[in-house]
Design a protein. Structure first.
Length: 150
């Protein structure tokens, strides 16, 4: 009988200690997105605020990939598409205003400044051009999701 009581007390003690240990454990922090593209731009902050489409390329002089992305975007400039490169060393206030933390970041915004698509990091020319075409004329690209989840 004493052996059974000792076993029950020992089991209760073990359960109590386990409960205390489990309560002290902190859950893992939720995963956070590290970098995000802006979802809205003030077109007055950029050249050509009256042009229907803006391709804004956020870059830095110390970024090796930025030149490549900016040159691919420059080809898109036309009557309806304004392309603007915003270099951190020349315009840090614009990077700060839109919380640009990673370069290159490229966004495609409509006449109201709503970002319709974008890319972070390197991008293939055909993907960039197809994304702009899809923004300008929905259904024109065989891959309409390009730039939507980058």
């Amino acid at each position: 009988m004493i052996l059974r009581i000792a076993a029950v007390v020992a089991a209760m003690l073990i359960a109590l200690i386990a409960s205390i240990i489990l309560r002290r454990r902190r859950p893992d922090a939720p995963t956070q997105a590290s970098y995000q593209m802006p979802s809205q731009l003030d077109r007055a902050d950029f050249i050509g605020p009256d042009v229907p489409w803006l391709v804004a390329v956020f870059t830095s002089a110390t970024c090796g990939t930025c030149e490549d992305v900016a040159s691919k975007a420059a080809v898109l400039a036309c009557r309806d598409v304004e392309v603007m490169r915003i270099d951190f060393t020349e315009q840090p206030e614009i990077h700060s205003r839109y919380n640009i933390q990673a370069v290159p970041t490229l966004v495609i915004a409509d006449e109201h400044g709503v970002v319709r698509a974008g890319f972070m990091g390197p991008v293939k020319a055909q993907d960039l051009w197809a994304a702009v075409a899809e923004c300008r004329e929905p259904g024109s690209s065989p891959e309409p999701e390009l730039g939507k989840n980058s």
